[in-house]
Design a protein around this ligand. Sequence first.
Ligand code: NAD
Length: 451
Amino acid sequence: MAGESLIPVLEKRKLNMAVTTPVDGKLFTLEQELAFEHERNPWEAQAARFDLAARKLNLDEGIWKVLRYPTREIIVHIPVQMDNGSIEVFTGYRVQHSQARGPAKGGIRYSPDVSLDEVRALASWMTWKCAVVNIPFGGAKGGVICDPRNMSQGELERMTRRYTAELIEFIGPEKDVPAPDMNTNEQTMAWIMDTYSMHMRQTSTAVVTGKPVNIGGSRGRKEATGRGISVCCDEALKHLGLTVEGCRVIIQGFGNVGSNAAKILYHKGYTIIGIAEFDGALVNLDGIDIPGLIEHRAKAGTINGFAKAEACDRAELLTRECEILIPAATENVITSRNAADLRCRILCEGANGPTTTLADDMLEAKGIFVIPDILANAGGVTASYFEWVQDRMGYFWTELEVNQRLDAIMCDSFKDVVSYGDTHKVNNRIAAYMLAIDRVAYTTKQRGMYA
Ligand code: NAD
C-alpha cells in the first residue's frame, strides 16, 4: 500500500538519507515525503474539515475554539508483567473531546501505530458521529501502543485491566463509555467491565458497550457497523438511481467491520468482487462466496489460500472498477497518491479517517459519491447506544428490534446528510460535519460556560 514501507521522514532527515524513496515504483523527493506525512496526520485532517464546516456555518468564534480541541487528554504508562517474567511498560491514551450532549463515547484500539494525534482525531470524530445520528453522547477515544499479535491472552488481559484501573475515575456509565475498536473485542470489554465493577464494588454493565451478550451486551452489536454500512449503500444506490443487481463491491479490511459488511451485503444480493487484507488480497469478478471465506479465514487465520478466488495485489485492488469501494481497515488509505486512480462510483467509508483532505478534493473532482465515515460507520455507536440503554433498563431487546431501530436511524441520518448538503451546496462530508457541529454548538451554548 502507498507509503507503508517508508522510514519515517524525520528519522531519515536525522540520518541524512537519500532525498528520493521508491513507493509503488514511483520516486518522491524528501520534500514530497514530508508533505505526504503531513497529509496523513489524522488530527490535522479532522481540524481542516472542522474549520471548513465551521466557516460555512458562520460559527461563533468562542464556540469554534471550544469545539476545536478536546476537553481532556489522559496519558498513562501501564506496567505489565509479561509471560516470561519480564516487565514491559505500555503507553496508553484516553481523549475526551466533548461531553456536551451526554457521556463521552468511543472505542479503544490496540496497535503499534497508536499516537496521541490519532486518538485526538478519533475522539473528535466520535463527537461528530454521535451528533450526526443524533444520539445523546459526546465523543472520546482510547488507544494503547502495543502489538497485540505478539501478546498472549494473559498479557492482553493484564494490560487491559491495568489500563482500566489507571482510567478509573474518568470512565463510567455517566462519564465516558468505551467500546471495541481495532484489535479489541468483546473479551476486552468484558475485562474492562469486570475491572471497573471490582473497583466500584458493584456490577456495572453500562460502563462499556460491545460486551458479550450474556453479560449485558446487545444482540446485533457485533454486526451493527457492517449493517449500518449496508443501509448507507442501499440508500446511496437509490439516491443515484442504481440497483443492487450488478452492484460490484470491493472491501479493504476483513475484520469486525469489513467482514460483517461483506456478509450483510452478500446476503442482500451485492456482488463482492474483491477483499484486501494486510497480508494479501482476493478477487473474483463473479462474486466471492463470503460465508465460505469467513469459514476459511476462521480455520486458516488468513484470507490467503481461499480456493474460490484469485490472489491479487492489495494496493491495485482499490483502484479496480466497481460501484462501491469500502475501506474498512484503517486511516489514510485513500491519499493524493492513489485518489486519482480510483474507479468506484461510491466510496463508503467503513473505517475512520480512510481519506485524506487532499484526496477529498480529487474525489469530488471525479464525481465520486462519498459516504463519509462519521455517517457510514455510525451503526456501531448507534447499537452501542442501544446497549447502554438496555443495560440501564436491565431489559433486553430481540435482535429484530435492535436491527429495526438501527436501520431507521441510519436511513434517516443518510437522508439528513444528503439533503443538508443539497440545501447548503456542500459535499456529503462537509454536510455531515456542519450538521453535527451545529447540533453540538447549540447544546454547548444552551448549557453555557461553567466558570
Ligand atoms: P479489526 O481489527 O476487527 O479489523 C481491521 C482489519 O483490517 C483486520 O483484519 C486487519 O488485518 C485489516 N487491516 C489492517 N491494516 C490493513 C491494511 N493496510 N490493508 C488491508 N487490511 C488491513 O477492526 P475493526 O473494528 O473492523 O475496525 C476497522 C475500522 O473501522 C477502524 O478504522 C475502526 O476505527 C473503524 N470502526 C470500527 C467500528 C467497530 O464497531 N468495530 C465502528 C466504527 C468504526
